[in-house]
Design a protein around this ligand. Structure first.
Ligand code: PLP
Length: 401
């Protein structure tokens, strides 16, 4: 096996430098734990940005995927396959929507949601051609395509990738007045994350989502919720919108939908909206492939049968309160919902990166987001004893200052 050093050197030599990873190589995983080639063990407190909510190599998901791997993997949508319908039925049942459009990555689900909203507004609501405006939030993260970075407010994600796609307006997040004031006759939708993940687990005020739903209803615009990171149990409910009964018109899911095995995403809506999608108007070669569907169906069943959203709620409370109790002079805020937690460091801490690297040396893998924030989002199957151990490590690292 290649050493950690050799792996990192190969990546640096041959890989485009679009990431700045923590200097650790992961070569094996099980549950909430991962190992490097030298045999060191780490608690995975990132869980691939919440794609690994089920834990690594969940046996039930693996079994379904292994069986499918030896049966049928790819047909394209030129033909029906025997896994797609049953997967979409299950996805619709648990999310409460009538129809789903399967894609692969999260960004593709977001692009799909934008296309559905635009078509619906032109065909069903008489918005003049090419005038549809979608409202979005500052510090959003919805993916990396050229259209999506067009409405990013992160210069690093956006700079020199223009010309940008028009039709989007950014507003302050968690600001109901700004939302209401921004709506014009050409506004068709508000696209938002229920908790802003990449911005640093920014939890809006209680009641925000419910009132967003009311405003969208009052002005007859679509609410598009991006639950690609918050979905599938991460915040202590199956979907974050359930905390406030703020069911969107279009729901975007991805990441944990496959239990972290293969990329699977989807846009969900009711028939009256999804009907604007007609044959040939949208698609993906790998979207809805039988392997992805087998993973997705098993991942959904596992999540429900094992009560992972409830587990996230209980362990999240325990972990967050434990972190608050550390009461480090370096912390300016500890926030989150379920096992979706962020520690905000004071400016004088000198940036989160030194702490994420220190935590790595002590056996905890986390990644800083922006300069001063550390996100903690372990797999939802993590054991309470593992979190107790992690609290001890956090206490050591942050009281050493
Ligand atoms: C990760 C993420 C995406 C993009 O998903 P990819 O699979 O990386 O394209 C979109 N929205 C949110 C909220 C995300 O966290």
């Amino acid at each position: 096996m290649l050493s950690s050093k050799a792996c990192m050197e190969l990546e640096k030599q041959y890989g485009a430098r679009n990431y700045a990873p923590i200097p650790v190589v992961v070569s094996k995983a099980e549950g909430a734990w991962v190992w490097d080639p030298e045999g060191n063990r780490y608690l995975d407190c990132l869980a691939a940005y919440s794609a690994v909510n089920h834990g690594h190599l969940h046996p039930r998901v693996l079994k379904a995927v292994e069986q499918q791997l030896h049966t049928l993997t790819l047909t394209s949508r030129a033909f029906y396959n025997d896994r797609l319908g049953r997967f979409l039925k299950r996805l619709c049942e648990v999310s409460g929507f009538e129809m789903a459009l399967p894609m692969n990555t999260g960004a593709e689900a977001v692009e799909t949601g934008i296309k559905i909203a635009r078509r619906y507004s032109y065909q069903k609501k008489n918005i003049p051609a090419d005038k549809a405006e979608i409202l979005t939030a500052y510090r959003n993260f919805h993916g990396r395509t050229t259209t999506i970075v067009s409405f990013s407010s992160d210069d690093n994600a956006k700079k020199d990738y223009g010309p940008y796609t028009p039709g989007f307006t950014n507003l302050p997040f968690n600001d109901l007045e700004a939302l209401e004031a921004a709506i014009t006759e050409h506004t068709i939708a508000f696209l938002v994350e229920p908790i802003q993940g990449e911005a640093g687990v920014i939890v809006p005020d209680e009641g925000y989502l419910r009132r967003v739903r009311e405003i969208c209803d009052r002005h007859d615009i679509l609410l598009i919720l991006d639950e690609i990171q918050t979905g599938f149990g991460r915040t202590g409910k199956l979907f974050c919108f359930e905390h406030e009964n703020a069911r969107p018109d279009i729901l975007l899911v991805g990441k944990a939908l496959s239990g972290g095995v293969v990329p699977v995403s989807a846009a969900l809506a009711d028939r009256k909206i999804m009907d604007v999608i007609t044959p040939g108007s949208h698609g993906s070669t790998f979207g809805g492939n039988p392997l992805a569907c087998a993973a997705g169906e098993a991942a959904i069943d596992t999540l429900i049968d094992e009560g992972l959203p409830e587990r996230s709620a209980a362990l999240g409370e325990f972990f967050r309160e434990g972190i608050r109790r550390i009461d480090s002079p370096l912390f300016s805020d500890v926030r989150g919902k379920g096992l979706f937690i962020a520690i905000e460091l004071k400016k004088e801490a000198g940036g989160a990166r030194q702490y994420t690297e220190a935590l790595k040396k002590r056996g905890i893998l986390v990644k800083e987001t922006h300069v001063d924030t550390i996100r903690l989002a372990p797999p939802l199957i993590v054991e309470k004893a593992d979190l107790e151990w992690a609290l001890g490590v956090l206490e050591d690292v942050f009281s050493e200052g």
